[in-house]
Design a protein around this ligand. Structure first.
Ligand SMILES: NC(=O)c1ccc[n+]([C@@H]2O[C@H](COP(=O)([O-])OP(=O)(O)OC[C@H]3O[C@@H](n4cnc5c(N)ncnc54)[C@H](O)[C@@H]3O)[C@@H](O)[C@H]2O)c1
Length: 363
């Protein structure tokens, strides 16, 4: 018997929108968050897709996410903007901050936004894709650091101190319908959501992703949830990027009520919002036309990426562009549907039944 269902993306989005609406989100906010989650599934990042619906429902019930809250501008000058997420959905705060930075980048050439009082931002590559679709370059990070913060240990350490602190960069390529170069990853070997997915599927993790609570190597997702830790990727280099993420992400919280530097950024099911956990988000948007002819720049990026695709593969490998796995998976899943493991299906079904929302159509 299959241990997953294949669902139609549009009807999954309708189910998620219905659930979030019944949990108190206005229709537009519910649709935005649902759309974000479904795009994450389509891109192949199931760790940031429908699996988050029960988590967000739990966070709404616990008063962590205020589902009807709308972000606002509370500071900044010229090309900078400080956004208060009002403890609403992180996706809503991030899209708001991104749109502000995009319009300011069109004026000033470059613009930055910092976000406080947001919740989980989801798949951060989504924001870089949005900006790239309008010809803009983006650098975005969300991070936190401090004793007991997050689920990752620093390089050489054996205690939790860092979040998974992802970075995303998007660079538009050639003509408008070409997918952007998209760098989008956690600074840990795997994102915490991937541990969650492995646990839901009752699968082992690849070696080198986690250590147990005593710092010993492990592949068992249950060991992670028993006090284990995520390892930074690339040793001291990933650790450095993780710390930079935290220190730039907290630009938004420096004059806020003292960040606690406590809590558990990794366990987003129960934690308080990012700022309360000593974390925040920061993004920079660049308009290439500030530095020359934007069309020439995009053509140049197109020539580099075309040349990259001609680099001979090692063995049976081929060279892929960052962002290519996501655009390929999106194309195939739009046609074939999204796979939802039974554990996740059951959790969504319980919410749907409680609120009288139809479940997604299955293939
Ligand atoms: N909101 C948060 O707090 C948070 C925290 C951590 C991670 N995340 C999200 O989790 C998701 C997964 O993160 P991850 O670290 O597991 O990502 P990952 O290890 O799957 O890496 C994804 C990145 O690597 C690129 N890539 C993959 N294979 C490639 C290849 N063969 N050649 C070239 N490029 C390739 C992808 O295009 C993408 O840019 C991301 O979407 C991230 O935004 C979010």
């Amino acid at each position: 018997m299959a241990d997953y269902r294949i669902v139609n993306p549009a009807s999954l989005q309708a189910t998620a929108t219905g659930i979030f609406t019944h949990l108190g989100a206005p229709e537009d906010i519910a649709a935005e968050v649902a759309g974000h989650l479904v795009r994450a599934n389509l891109a192949g990042h199931d760790s940031h897709g429908a699996i988050r619906i029960p988590q967000y429902a739990q966070q709404i019930a616990g008063g962590v996410i205020h589902p009807a809250a709308r972000p606002s501008i509370i500071g900044g000058r010229g090309a900078t903007v400080l956004v208060d997420g009002a403890r609403g959905f992180g996706q809503v705060a991030a899209v708001f901050a991104l749109r502000e930075a995009m319009s300011r980048a069109h004026i000033h050439g470059i613009a930055g936004a910092a976000i406080r009082h947001a919740n989980h931002l989801g798949r951060v590559g989504d924001y870089a894709e949005t900006a790239a679709a309008e010809g803009l370059v983006t650098i975005l990070t969300v991070g936190g650091a401090g004793p007991g913060v997050g689920a990752a240990t620093p390089f050489g350490g054996a205690a939790r101190f860092l979040g998974t602190n992802p970075w995303s960069m998007g660079i538009p390529v050639g003509n408008d319908d070409h997918p952007p170069v998209l760098i989008d990853f956690a600074t840990t070997v795997v994102a915490e959501g991937k541990v969650k997915v492995a646990r839901a599927k009752h699968e082992a993790l690849p070696p080198g992703c986690i250590v147990d609570k005593d710092g010993h190597p492990s592949t068992d997702p249950e060991e992670f949830y028993a006090g284990g830790m995520l390892l930074p990727f690339g040793g001291h280099k990933g650790y450095g990027l993780a710390l930079a993420s935290a220190l730039m992400g907290t630009l938004a919280v420096i004059d806020d009520a003292t960040p606690t530097l406590a809590g558990n950024l990794g366990d987003t099911r129960t934690g308080a919002d990012l700022a309360a956990r000593g974390a925040g988000a920061f993004l920079v948007v660049i308009d290439p036309s500030a530095f020359g002819d934007a069309t020439h720049y995009r053509d140049h990026v197109g020539r580099v990426t075309d040349a990259l695709k001609k680099v001979p593969g090692a063995g049976s490998n081929t060279v892929m562009l960052p962002g290519e796995p996501e655009s390929r998976t999106t194309a195939s899943r739009k046609a074939s549907g999204i796979s939802i493991p039974d554990d996740t299906w059951d959790a969504i079904d319980a919410l749907a039944q409680a609120h009288g929302v139809p479940m997604p159509a299955t293939h």
